[in-house]
Design a protein around this ligand. Structure first.
Ligand code: F6P
Length: 349
């Protein structure tokens, strides 16, 4: 009887998930394995929502965003019998291996399953790019390209009106998207969660630009940027859109750009506008870089499963695909490289 691999996608979606699914199913088929698609992340494995995946089902999905398996932020560890139900359903479907595609939350559950004897391989996914163990996650490059194009467009309208544009990008705990898109788009200030915001310093940079004849500025801020104590939501706190916490303990962030814009306008006198890019950064077709990375990850993950090398997550180190312990990836978030931020800062103001 052919061996069986189950695959699931968990956490926030990002472009490239379908490329991973396609790669796993194609490689599995080449190795003589059957594939099963687990719907909506861990929820599908808890609720026994599993479908067969074949070559026809994964045909034509390489370039499509989202995930044909859909996703959720369901946390089995929040249910007293969660891990038992996962194991029972893995057994019920005769899965010889499970490939979990996700971020640190998904990897932490995958690692717990592995500790209990389940044959799991992880594939790193987050547009925030803040997973330990890998230099890059797929989806990040697409998000950076979308944000960079937005910054390019906002430059021309900012210049036409002598305005400050504050552009809020994703990045819950790490500012990778802000730094990369800000550098690529020529931002005048970049604010990230790793460094508390100093509003007076932001205003001085904008004034300095004005003194050398530039009456517009581009400020890129990560949604998770922390305001200093004494400011709205202060004490190094992030601004929340709602108080609701998901099953992995995450709040919904958003709105730091509005606060910053009000302060910048009041302190510098420059008319200021806000653009929140939000989920547009996660939608649509992956870049060629992300399609290739996702495909390499999918093939490598299935190869590890075939070799019986479990408890690992595939990762990119330099230009090599390697395997790292799942536990390493579960200890997110990975902060922005300080050297990269300092390079971006050369162009501030
Ligand atoms: O974790 C990835 C991410 O895109 C974060 O950047 C963002 O804060 C969060 O997901 C948004 O989550 P949701 O899709 O649940 O609104």
């Amino acid at each position: 009887m052919a061996k069986r691999v189950g695959i699931l996608t968990g956490g926030g979606d990002c472009p490239g998930l379908n490329a991973v699914i396609r790669a796993v199913v194609r490689k599995a088929d080449a190795l003589g394995w059957e594939s099963l698609g687990i719907m909506e992340g861990w929820r599908g494995l808890l609720e026994n929502n599993v479908e067969p995946l074949d070559l026809i089902r994964v045909s034509g999905i390489l370039y499509r965003g989202g995930t044909i398996l859909r996703t959720s932020r369901t946390n089995p560890l929040k249910r007293p019998d969660g891990l038992t139900r996962l194991r029972e359903n893995i057994e019920l479907h005769g899965m010889d291996a499970l490939i979990a595609v996700g971020g640190d939350d998904t990897m932490s559950v995958a690692d717990r399953l592995f500790q209990q004897g389940v044959s799991v391989v992880g594939v790193p996914k987050t547009i925030d790019n803040d997973l330990y163990g890998t230099d890059y996650c797929f989806g990040f490059d697409t998000a950076v390209n979308i944000a960079t194009e937005a910054i390019d467009r906002l430059h021309t309208t900012a210049e036409a009106h002598n305005r400050v544009m504050v552009i809020e990008v994703m990045g819950r705990d790490s500012g990778w998207i802000a730094v990369a898109s800000g550098m690529a788009g020529g931002a005048d200030v970049i604010l990230i969660p790793e460094r508390p915001v100093d509003i007076e310093q932001v205003c001085s940079l904008i004034r300095r630009r004005s003194e050398r004849g530039k009456d517009f500025s581009i400020v890129v801020v990560a949604e998770g940027a922390r305001l200093p104590s004494g400011e709205e939501g202060g004490g190094g706190m992030q601004i929340h859109q709602s108080r609701i916490v998901d099953e992995f303990g995450h709040v919904q962030l958003g709105g730091v750009s509005n606060f910053l814009a009000r302060e910048i306008e009041a302190r510098t006198g420059f008319e200021t506008r806000v653009v929140v890019l939000g989920h547009i950064q996660r939608g649509g077709s992956p870049t060629a870089f992300d399609r290739i990375l996702a495909t390499r990850f999918g093939v490598a993950a299935m190869t590890l499963a075939h070799q019986g090398d479990f408890g690992k997550m595939v990762a990119l180190r330099g230009n090599q695909i390697v395997a790292v312990p799942l536990a390493e990836a579960a200890k997110s978030p990975r902060p922005v490289d300080p050297e990269l931020y300092e390079t971006a800062a050369v162009f501030f103001g």
